[in-house]
Design a protein around this ligand. Sequence first.
Ligand code: DAH
Length: 337
Amino acid sequence: MTEELQRLEAEALAAIRDASAANALEQVRVRYLGRKEGRLSAILRGLGRMAPEERPKAGAEANRIKAALARALDERAASLAETANPGSAAEPDLSLPPRRRWQGSVHPVSRAIADVWAIFRSLGFTRVRGPEAETEWYNFVALNTPLDHPAADEQDTLYLAPGLLLRSHTSPVQIRTLERHPPPVRIVAPGMVYRRDTYDATHTPAFAQIEGLVVDEGVTFVDFKATLAEFARRFWGPDTQVRFRPSFFPFTEPSAEVDVKRVVVREDGSREETGWIEVMGAGMVDPAVLENVGCDPERYTGWAFGMGPARVAMLRHGIRDIRLFFENDMRFLRQFA
Ligand code: DAH
């Protein structure tokens, strides 16, 4: 009897070792330990019919084997689960809905550009583009910025050849547009710009800008403020406040820096005001700029702005380091799906 039991043990252990999946292992368990048809269970049930002197020894041996098989089954189950689903010893739950595959998403800066554009489009603006390689005329001189201005310095601007550079802002698109289209003009021009900046948490040598320009008869500072306030409320929410701070740009007079103050609504419904955050430079188009493109400044007036969509996206999502937009770390980008 003991011999028969030991043969059964060896056979069962081999079957456990050979089981290559959870269901095969379950079949092995049923074959040997199943309450009705299990071979070991049958032997245990038959102990009562055995000669009384043999019974204790066979009984003890059968119980030892039962425990050994149960342990071997558990260990094998854990190792199969680990292979099938590394990191978890448990079997996968087949009733769970499948995980959605991530199929990519729009980059947060592209999303900001698209959203800004959608608002201006609804206000009657057209979207235009300009070249990234520009001449000094379009990037500086026509914009009323003399070449001895610090911005034109090689320290700040990336030159490709004498007189030819990577545009340091999208403002040259103002000139290219007005040259080809007489007013009325209402455009936004998103695109990349380049500067000799050190790559750090708030600067990158290449970044996106969105230029805006309106030129027509009778355009006033009031149009300018009202349009930007409307934009800000649509983009950041109806309780957004807008502030115009006096500033200086060679191509606008007067010039302003535009700050917004937002109301952030928390998940628990509580509301909190942010501080004032600068979102763009802007102003009334300088008459000298209009003259440079052959527009009569006595007849036409206009306003313009230059906005940083990366900054806008940082504000929107509470991102503190601009470099995250360039590093293509999937763990970062996946959040914007
Ligand atoms: N071009 C400016 C810059 O890059 C931003 C700017 C300021 C654009 C005022 C404008 C403007 O159109 O009116 O810093």
